[in-house]
Design a protein around this ligand. Structure first.
Ligand code: ATP
Ligand code: MG
Length: 566
């Protein structure tokens, strides 16, 4: 289905570029790359980049490399390397090769020496502040460093000694020698290398100089013969420099193309901020189901199919915009609706006694597993004299003619079971209802009256003596405002956290939910997902054990986005 919709729509600008290059013979096959820095877990923005890079390659019979952009040892870790691979695979993609920028350190060093020899790079002894001040501004030219005219020999010697560890952090850098008055600030002798005596998660203490992004990225692309280096819009001003290094070195010509990054309302996406949420315990971890991380969405019960459909649906843009969170949920519901089995669970239980139902009797009633998929068949649900229903499904007195749920004297259908009519209630000392007494009509077994009499309300229920207990975690938005990053000076995005983003309740579930382990085997990622009728989509949390079942609410059934966008 998705293939059709992709084929039916117009080509996006990246597809146009690729098709043109394939048609005019610039290349015979394409190779893209996904280049995360292993300094955090992937978030939904990365999913967009992954779907794009892997998706384009797949569409045109090409391949995609996974490259870890590991040029900043201080913040990087193998924990992140592992999680990134797990998340990409979970999303449903497989890379052709896995590479590390650190694999290219030796080659990058040699190329830097080559640029020195060509008079295109020099060692600068200025401090970072002096360098910054010397760059000038957008409207005024910079000034040349006093070290700019060192001889090739001196530069080669100093650069070798930088590598050998003779100098302290921050005491020297290697800079490209371009033009301190260039209108593009990126060209004002950009820094290529800095000294950093830090242990790297892969190269250990082998290196104490590390290449900067602008010097490492394009050359890494070139080494791998990446045809389309796709990145987010903020890198467009880097592109001329990307091309400059490749041209000066005369190496394989990779090209960079930019698209608009994904922004979603009610969320933050910078890894720095996500790390802060984790480190300062605002959430339980990177995979807290409220996090916009891929592992957070996974634990929340999102499916890879729904995330891919979402990324496909938003397309690629050349201008920044903000996507409504509801669109993500729309894609999620659309998928879960077709694949999640229905079950009954009562999240806020109140007892119901059917006074005219035989005491001690249990009967099995037939319930449909998934109306969207006949092959999923039916199951038997036990029914007995004492049940639980949702507290919100009862009011002593119907508030209006439009109220169709249970009220005293108002007949309703118990899903798959019988018509029942509430007769009276019991209350505790505080006036809270503890039990609802009903009568049922035995002729309505299965949920229809032989005399053709209709009821407007159908509610779900669980037999009290057969119920399975479960902890249910009801999640809401992590942030209370649409743009949590928009804060006045002196304030932080943390002030925009939603204090009510997690509510935990004790639910009563139909007994088949005790078989969640068997259900989980039907899901590729081993996470059992269900629709609890009328309540939403739920998945089994990884903290569940044989005697303590935990569900996460993935989303409610209410679809605000589809309604608003009809
Ligand atoms: P952050 O700013 O969230 O820390 P980053 O851009 O520093 O993210 P990287 O690990 O460098 O994270 O990103 C890997 C790839 O994912 C890059 O090509 C980057 O452009 C892309 N990417 C990151 N965030 C988004 C986003 N919100 N939308 C689309 N692509 C993104
Ligand atoms: Mg980055």
């Amino acid at each position: 289905m998705q293939e059709n919709s992709t084929a039916a729509r117009q080509l996006n600008f990246l597809e146009e570029i690729i098709e043109q290059g394939l048609n005019d013979g610039t290349y015979t096959s394409i190779l893209t790359r996904f280049p995360p820095e292993p300094n955090g877990y992937l978030h939904i923005g990365h999913a967009k980049s992954i779907c794009l890079n892997f998706g384009l390659a797949k569409k045109y019979g090409g391949k995609t490399n996974l490259r870890f952009d590991d040029t900043n040892p201080v913040k990087e870790d193998t924990e992140y390397v592992d999680s990134i691979q797990e998340d990409i695979r979970w999303l449903g993609f497989e890379w052709a090769g896995v590479h590390y920028a650190s694999d290219y350190f030796e080659q990058l060093y040699e190329w830097a020496c080559e640029l020195i020899k060509k008079g295109l790079a020099y060692v600068d002894d200025q401090t970072l502040d002096e360098i910054r001040a010397g760059r000038g501004t957008v409207t005024s030219p910079g000034t040349n460093s006093p070290y700019r005219d060192r001889s090739v020999e001196e530069n080669l010697d100093l650069f070798a000694r930088m590598r050998a560890g003779e100098f302290e952090d921050g005491s020297k850098v290697l800079r490209a020698k371009i033009d301190m008055a260039h209108p593009n600030m990126m060209f004002r002798d950009p820094i290529m290398y800095r000294i950093l005596h830090a242990e790297h998660h892969r190269t250990g203490n082998k290196w104490c100089i590390y290449p900067m992004y602008d010097y490492a990225h394009g050359q890494s692309d070139s080494i791998e013969h990446i045809t389309h280096s796709i990145c987010t819009l903020e890198f467009d001003i880097h592109r001329p420099l990307y091309d400059w290094f490749i041209a000066q070195l005369g190496i394989w010509p990779s090209h960079q193309y930019e698209f608009a990054r994904l922004n979603i309302n009610y969320t933050v996406m910078s890894k720095r901020k996500l790390l802060q949420l984790v480190k300062e315990h605002y959430v339980s971890g990177w995979d807290d189901p409220r996090m916009p991380t891929i592992c957070g969405f996974r634990r929340r019960g999102y499916t890879p199919e729904s995330i891919r459909a979402f990324c496909d649906r938003i397309g690629v843009a050349k201008r920044d915009n903000i996507i409504d969170y509801g669109l993500l949920e729309f894609s999620l519901r659309e998928h879960l609706n077709t694949v999640a089995q229905r079950r009954m669970a009562v999240l806020d239980p109140v007892k119901v006694v059917i006074d005219n139902y035989p005491e001690g009797q249990t009967e099995m009633l037939t319930a449909v597993n998934n109306p969207e998929c006949e092959a999923d068949g039916v199951r038997q649900v036990p029914f007995s004299r004492e049940l639980y229903i949702e507290r919100e499904d009862f009011m002593e007195i119907a508030p209006s003619k439009k109220y169709f749920r249970m009220a005293i004297g108002q007949e309703v259908r118990l899903r798959y079971a019988y018509f029942v009519t509430a007769q009276s209630v019991e209350k505790d000392a505080d006036g809270r209802i503890t039990c609802i007494h009903c009568t049922y009509d035995p002729a309505t077994r299965g949920g229809d009256a032989p005399d053709g009499r209709k009821v407007k309300g159908t509610i779900h229920w669980v037999s009290a003596q057969h119920a399975v207990d479960a902890e249910v975690r009801l999640f809401d938005r992590l942030f209370a405002v649409e743009a949590p990053d928009d804060v006045e000076e002196g304030h932080t995005f943390l002030e925009n956290l939603n204090p009510d983003s997690l509510k935990v309740v004790s639910a009563k579930c139909e007994p088949s939910l005790a078989d969640w382990q068997a259900e989980s085997e039907h899901w590729k990622d081993g996470i059992a997902r269900y629709q609890f009728e009328r309540m939403g989509y739920f998945c089994v949390d990884r903290e569940s054990t044989a005697d303590h079942l935990v569900f996460n609410r993935t989303c409610t059934l209410k679809d605000s986005w589809a309604k608003a966008n009809k």
